[in-house]
Structures are given as C-alpha cells and as structure tokens.
Design a protein around this ligand. Structure first.
Ligand SMILES: Cc1cc2nc3c(=O)[nH]c(=O)nc-3n(C[C@H](O)[C@H](O)[C@H](O)COP(=O)(O)OP(=O)(O)OC[C@H]3O[C@@H](n4cnc5c(N)ncnc54)[C@H](O)[C@@H]3O)c2cc1C
Length: 328
C-alpha cells in the first residue's frame, strides 16, 4: 500500500526530514515488483517519478522539505543457511545477522559489531570497520533493475559488483537497482571467541562515538594516504610537522582500515572544529567526523556544518574530503 506524506524524520537515524510524497514498504520481491509497476502506472504523472530506496536510514540526511517522489523500503526479512553459506534478505539488520551468526558459531562478521543498518545498505556502500568490509564475505548479490520499463532481476558474483572503499556497482549506478538479497560465506568458529570479539567492537564504539545523540555515523570518508601524497602532501606534511606529528613518526595518525589512510576526524580536530555548532547541529567533540543532532536540528544546519568542515580542511591542509553519507 502506498502511504502519502510520510514524515521521513521517523525513518531516519538522524531524526531529521520532512514528508515523502509517497512511501511503500515491501516485505518480498513480488510486493516490490508490484510497487514499482503501480508507481509507474498510477503515480508517475505526479510532480516527480523519482524513487529513493531506504534501508534503516542510518546513513541518510533527508531534507526538511521532504522527498518529492516515492520512498521504497525493501524490507525483505529472509535468512537461509546452507552450512557456512547464508543467503540473507536486504531488509535483515546487521544486528540480527550478527546475532544469528554468533548463535550458529559462524565467524567472519565480527568486524560489524555495533554496525547499524540493513544488509542492503551495507552492500550498497560496502560498509566496513576494524579492517573488515562486507565485500570480503559476499559471494553473490541478487538485485532488481528498475531502470527499464520492466523490472529485471540480476544476479552478480562478487567480482562483478565493483566493490571499492564505501562503494559498489549499486552506488555507482545511481540507485537504478534495488538490492534484494546477498549470499555471504562465513566460516566455522568458536562461539565464545566470536562473542568476545563482537563485544570488544561494541565497547570501542560506545567509548568513542557520540551514540547518545541522533547521528548517521561518519559524515566524511577517511582520506587514503595515496590521495594525501597526490594532492595535499605539502600542506599536510607542513601542518603535521607544526603539530609535532610525523607521517613516519610514532605519533602518526595514519591507520590501516582497510588500507593506509588518515582519519578525517583527525583533520577536523586539527582544523579546530571540535564542538562547533550551528542551529541544532554540532561537530561532535567526542568524534569530530560525526555531526550530531543535539537539539532538533534542521537539515540546513547539518549542511552548513558539512560545508564549513570541507572548506576548513581544504584551507588548512589542501585536502578535499568527500561525504560518506547520502544527502537528499
Ligand atoms: C552510529 C553509526 C556508526 C556507523 N559506523 C559505520 C562503520 O563503522 N562503517 C560503515 O561503513 N558505516 C557505518 N555507519 C553508516 C551506516 O551504518 C552504514 O552505511 C549502513 O550500511 C547503512 O545501512 P542502512 O540500511 O541504514 O541504509 P540507509 O541509510 O537507509 O541507506 C544508505 C544508502 O543505501 C541505499 N540502500 C539501502 N538499502 C538498499 C537496497 N536494498 N538496495 C539498494 N540501495 C539500498 C540507500 O538508497 C542509500 O543510498 C554508521 C552509522 C551510524 C549511525
């Protein structure tokens, strides 16, 4: 069923966002295909025929003016197991998936301890943490291509998904496909060791991330060291020298996750932006790559801070940082 004027704030981890003209939640592939057909047939003569695919809204900044089109939520909850192979619907949350794999003593997903969102969202952005990425486990992905007049199911092997740092073919294709399910290969492990490893990641997140405020995770991608050398090395090296850091020294801020990079949180901190606020949004003093919604923030408050951070980091280091989050 198509719902009208659904407030996106309640579908966003940020608790920000105005009304979606139309909203549809599909529980299976048939529903999804019917929704796309129905939307094209009955609704596309409205102001906009745009479709936005929503997972759990943990990585999206919706606009206060809402979304002029259809927000489609493929909430497919299936989970099938064949030994170490799990075939999982896009709507299954990473918490549920991790919980299931722990119960069955399946190892490989420990890096995702505390990672919010759905499997569909994780595949779309090749989510990763603590040196792991979802691409390392994905064997194949099933998606629904909605770009033509008839929706078409596509099965891709991992190597055809063009996975990169927080990226995939689904992201590069500009959301023309809805991820339906993914087959993941885990390995047999020990329940206690898996649980301890997951709990360690959750503890780390609680200590370092401002989870007490509505947020959508790190706003910006971290900066690969290769990019720093290519475009920012002179300014950056100079500024590191001034602040008693050295790229080769022991106090180096470089970390390897999943390759050598400089955490953008470090650049924002060095640019003196910790705790800066605008309206109801604030650059978190606890983790400066998070912009938190401290007091009923408007989408424009967050966007102003995003622009400020980009300008300041470029001005200070000569490095262009790029958003990791999706901004509508
Ligand atoms: C506290 C916190 C910590 C986080 N830590 C990390 C981290 O360590 N590493 C990391 O990588 N991310 C992290 N994130 C970001 C976020 O959790 C991930 O990006 C997550 O995978 C997004 O999933 P989602 O279901 O919420 O997607 P949404 O936010 O709903 O959507 C994100 C994008 O994915 C697309 N999408 C979602 N589902 C589908 C689908 N089925 N088919 C096609 N497209 C789809 C949407 O269209 C949108 O463009 C964090 C977020 C928070 C709030």
């Amino acid at each position: 069923m198509f719902y009208k004027n659904v407030i996106l704030k309640s579908h966003s981890h940020y608790q920000i966002g105005g009304p979606a003209c139309y909203f549809f939640e599909a529980k299976n592939v048939d529903d999804l295909i019917k929704a796309v057909h129905g939307w094209r047939r009955d609704y596309s003569d409205r102001r906009s025929d745009a479709i936005f695919i929503l997972g759990e809204g943990t990585n999206v900044l919706f606009d206060d003016n809402g979304f002029d089109g259809l927000v489609l939520k493929p909430n497919i909850p299936t989970l099938k197991r064949d030994d170490c192979l799990l075939t999982v619907g896009a709507g299954v949350s990473m918490f549920q998936l991790l919980d299931y794999s722990m119960t069955k003593s399946l190892s490989g997903l420990e890096w995702a301890g505390g990672l919010p969102g759905t499997l569909g969202g994780a595949i779309y952005g090749n989510a990763g943490a603590f040196g792991g990425e979802i691409k390392d486990l994905a064997v194949s992905i099933l998606s629904l291509d909605i770009s033509g007049s008839r929706p078409k199911i596509i099965k891709r092997k991992n190597e055809d998904c063009d996975f990169g740092y927080r990226s995939s073919v689904f992201k590069k294709n500009g959301s023309k496909e809805i991820i339906l399910e993914a087959t993941l290969l885990l390995k047999k492990g020990h329940k206690k060791a898996i649980r301890e490893s997951v709990e360690e990641k959750i503890k780390y997140r609680k200590e370092r991330q401002p989870l007490e405020y509505p947020n959508i995770g790190s706003i910006f991608k971290n900066v690969p060291l290769t990019q720093i050398y290519a475009e920012g090395a002179r300014n950056y090296a100079e500024s590191l020298r001034k602040s008693a850091f050295s790229l080769r020294g022991s106090a180096t801020p470089v970390k390897t996750d999943p390759f050598p990079l400089v955490p953008t949180a470090h650049l924002i901190h060095e640019a003196g932006l910790k705790g800066v606020s605008f309206g109801g949004a604030m650059i978190s003093p606890k983790h400066p790559n998070f912009i938190v919604n401290v007091l009923d923030a408007a989408s424009s408050d967050v966007k102003k801070l995003i622009e400020l951070v980009k300008r300041s980091v470029y001005g200070r280091f000569g490095i262009e940082i790029e958003e990791e989050v999706v901004i509508l």
